[in-house]
Design a protein around this ligand. Structure first.
Ligand SMILES: [Zn+2]
Length: 365
């Protein structure tokens, strides 16, 4: 009697387990919860992230798109417009969100095309209080304007991502080669960077207040994607952004099709050095971003239009032009060419990130 009861109990328990397990497996890839919404597998939702208030007292709301796939996978977040005048990344993210359907995706694609609406409306890099939002992450709910916006984005969206790409351009009449930047001393960031191959990768140690730094610090591999100049829509830079997103999604197995084989080598730059104008005048150069240069070679001239005095700019470093000032009027000391220097990235990178706190960026990006 007791044996029969035990056998019956075990059978019932086994049946209960059998009945529950598939349900649990399905639950494991259920709705994606973000900003109070439950996004079902196969669904696309446009959500609202309230960043604060406008001067008129109306809510300052930006759009967050969520494409929740039908199969398990990572949560890839595409962030643009932290600087309101960096349009290339804004358009790359918009196209990426427009070009996918959740029914064909594994994982979740989350996009915020314009974070810094106040700066975007003003066509400016900065917030109306002249602060650079990308110096205030992860932010603070009760501190300054940029602290509050940073905190809303960080808690509302970033904390729910498993990987983040933050889109930028050069600043102040400077253009960047399409590239990614991250702290490659951290193995998870290095592994993420390799998914972008053959895109050039510049090592950036911790930089206080950047989204990249704050997200990486809580264990979310994050890189900055840089391409082109601010204030314009440059098709090559926009296309480089969308191509990078596609490549990363394919290599994360988020797409139905397999990633195409690409054996091109990825250059890792352990550091970069800015070459500053020795004199004021007109900067004239036809050296484009992406050019490989030898130490000692001429890369431009600064011409004084009043005296016709000409100063030749020579690079003290061998490497690749990762960014440059556009031809323009320059003051002595202006950062003109940013030369990426190859090296044993990860040995040296570790040495350069020893210590605490992190530095502020040398040139705005
Ligand atoms: Zn930027």
């Amino acid at each position: 009697m007791r044996a029969a009861f035990t056998r019956g109990f075990l059978l019932a328990a086994a049946y209960a387990l059998w009945a529950v397990l598939p349900a649990r497996a399905a639950d494991a890839w259920g709705a994606f919860d973000l900003l109070g919404a439950h996004v079902a597998p196969g669904e696309r939702r446009e959500l609202e992230l309230t960043l604060g208030e406008t001067l008129a007292g109306t809510p300052l709301v930006t759009r967050v798109s969520v494409l929740h796939g039908v199969r398990a996978g990572p949560s890839l977040c595409l962030i643009a417009g932290i600087h309101g005048d960096e349009l290339n990344g804004i358009e790359s993210v918009r196209r990426a969100l427009d070009g996918h359907h959740p029914a064909t995706l594994a994982g979740t694609l989350i996009g915020v095309p314009v974070v810094n609406l106040l700066a975007f409306h003003n066509g400016s890099r900065y917030l109306p209080d002249r602060r650079d939002l990308n110096r205030f992450f992860p932010g603070h709910a009760h501190a300054s304007v940029p602290h509050r916006i940073a905190r809303r984005l960080f808690d509302g969206v970033i904390a729910h991502c498993t990987r983040v790409i933050d889109f930028h351009t050069g600043s102040a009449r400077r253009a960047n080669l399409a590239q990614i930047r991250g702290n490659y001393a951290r193995p998870e960031v290095l592994a993420f960077a390799r998914l972008f191959a053959p895109l050039s990768a510049l090592h950036k140690p911790r930089e206080r207040g950047t989204l990249r730094n704050a997200a990486t610090a809580i264990g979310i591999p994050t890189v900055t994607f840089e391409a082109g100049a601010p204030g314009s829509l440059q098709e090559d830079a926009i296309a480089a952004g969308t191509a990078a997103i596609e490549r990363v999604m394919a290599r994360l197995d988020m797409l139905a099709h397999a990633p195409e084989a690409d054996h091109a080598e990825q250059a890792f730059f352990v550091r970069s050095r800015w070459l500053r104008a020795p004199r004021g005048g007109l900067l004239l150069s036809d050296v484009t971003t992406g050019t490989w240069v030898e130490a000692g070679s001429e890369i431009g001239r600064v011409v004084n239009p009043l005296t016709n005095a000409t100063t030749v700019l020579r690079t003290p470093h061998s490497g690749r032009v990762l960014g440059r000032a556009l031809n323009q009027l320059v003051l002595p000391g202006l950062a003109t060419f940013n030369i990426g220097i190859l090296g044993d990235a990860f040995h040296e990178a570790r040495a350069s990130t020893a210590g605490h706190g992190g530095a502020r960026p040398v040139v705005a990006e």
